[in-house]
Design a protein around this ligand. Structure first.
Ligand code: HEM
Length: 401
């Protein structure tokens, strides 16, 4: 049965058919019940928690972050009014118009340059070029445009690799500790500081200029840049490689992707992201007792660990065959395509459209290159700090010229 076949009638093969590539590594590494956390696996319960204003951001790092001046803390750590103000201030960088006009130009330009290099060499490492694309796009939004981008891309890769052993959950836990490490400082001095200096002289239409207008210190700007490096660059790299892997492997899905219009291509990518969420878990803490969710009140102080993988495959919202790729599923079930892979509620990923469009543009170009093939599959590893799969050393080959 092809992945796009009608699965609405039930899934006779579900027991044996599991198309997830990251399920095994996640099962080995994801720990959700530390700190006596209440683990949430139901989609509806998870969504109710994520939209509840009493449930505050809680990767353990969130509690260690200096909130002395909440106006200058990273958007990821904020809650309540300061968070709302910050989100509305940055919203203009993430509108559909900004994505399809201004950032689309960077996506096209960078994709063309990366694919030209790949064709000249007869191949490339997929995770390396995916990171370069993700860095170029996020750098344009943030305003990290005054240093060499290929070097910045490897500095970011190395900085985040260097903290892989940190004991942490998702994005939140890494920001403070790595700030003081040598590699993070190198990122600061070579990439962030030159961008700040240039914008002190002449503001531009980007996040660093906005932060300067708000009176942020260099440290505050650096923390924000690290947020985007992790949230926007590294996550997108992993997803591009994962989506490419699925599309290389499945001829029918690849043909549908290449023949499809933009909406259909996005539906395919969102369905892959549903099945292979980059962030496996999100954490919240009940600031006060929460009642009305589930059968018992949630006591104040309880950590809520949302199992995104389980919620995204909850049959009550996916229908039959939750472990299979079915790009028509979301529409049939009247659901948002990526389910909870971009979160939900006030912290929902502002960069979701950016990530999906850049992945779509890049893979559409890549899969049309003459002779393109996946020469070596990625090695599947685990990144503790992101609680995410990590796909390395995949190699694509193509006709040279
Ligand atoms: C496939 C790629 C991506 C995935 C899977 C992803 C996933 C997520 C998730 C799950 C959250 C919610 C965290 C929570 O609720 O605790 C989030 C937040 C965030 N993402 Fe993304 N993201 C991606 C790409 C991007 C991009 C491209 C950008 C920007 C250029 C970005 C910027 C952010 C920011 C700033 C936040 C924090 C928002 C807040 O706390 O209000 N992300 N992301």
């Amino acid at each position: 049965m092809e992945p796009s076949a009608d699965l609405s009638a039930g899934c006779p093969f579900d027991v044996i058919r599991d198309e997830r590539k990251s399920a095994r590594i996640a099962a080995e590494h994801v720990v959700l019940d530390g700190h006596d956390a209440q683990v949430i696996r139901s989609f509806n319960f998870a969504r109710d928690v994520l939209r509840n204003s009493i449930a505050k951001q809680a990767g353990a790092g969130a509690e260690q972050v200096d909130m002395g001046n909440p106006e200058h803390a990273s958007v990821f750590f904020l809650d309540g009014d300061p968070h709302r103000r910050k989100r509305s201030a940055i919203a203009r960088f993430f509108t559909a118009k900004a994505v399809t006009t201004r950032y689309r130009a960077v996506m096209d330009r960078t994709t063309n340059a990366l694919l030209a290099q790949m064709k000249a060499a007869g191949g490339a490492r997929l995770d390396a070029i995916s990171l370069q694309l993700a860095v170029a796009v996020a750098a344009e939004i943030v305003g990290l445009t005054n240093s060499d981008q290929a070097s910045m891309s490897s500095r970011i890769g190395v900085t985040l690799a260097s903290s892989r052993r940190a004991k942490s959950y998702w994005l939140a836990r890494i920001l403070q500790p790595i700030l003081f490490r040598y590699r993070a400082l190198s990122f600061f001095y070579r990439d962030v500081r030159p961008a700040i200096t240039a914008r002190r002289k002449a503001r531009q239409d980007d996040i660093i200029s906005h932060l300067l207008d708000e009176g942020y210190s260099n440290k505050g700007i650096m923390i924000e840049c690290m947020t985007y490096a992790v949230a926007g660059m590294v996550t997108t790299r992993e997803f591009i490689v994962m989506a490419a892997w699925h599309l290389f492997e499945r001829q029918a899905l690849r043909e549908r992707f290449l023949a499809g219009d933009e909406d259909d291509q996005l539906a395919i990518l969102e369905e892959i992201l549903r099945l292979e969420p980059v962030a496996s878990a999100l954490h919240r803490r009940a600031a006060e007792e929460i009642s009305g969710l589930g059968s018992h009140p949630i006591a104040a102080g309880t950590v809520l660990a949302i199992d995104i993988r389980a919620a995204n495959t909850d049959e009550s919202v996916t229908g039959a065959c939750p472990h299979q790729i079915d790009p028509d599923r979301a529409q049939r079930m009247k659901m948002g395509g990526a389910y909870l892979s971009f979160g939900f509620g006030s912290h929902r990923c502002p960069g979701s459209q950016v990530a999906m469009h850049e992945t779509r543009v890049f893979l559409d170009g890549l899969l049309r290159v003459p002779g393109i093939r996946l020469e070596r599959e990625p090695q599947v590893g685990w990144n503790k700090m992101l609680m995410s799969y990590e796909l390395r050393d995949a190699r694509v080959a193509c006709d040279r010229g």
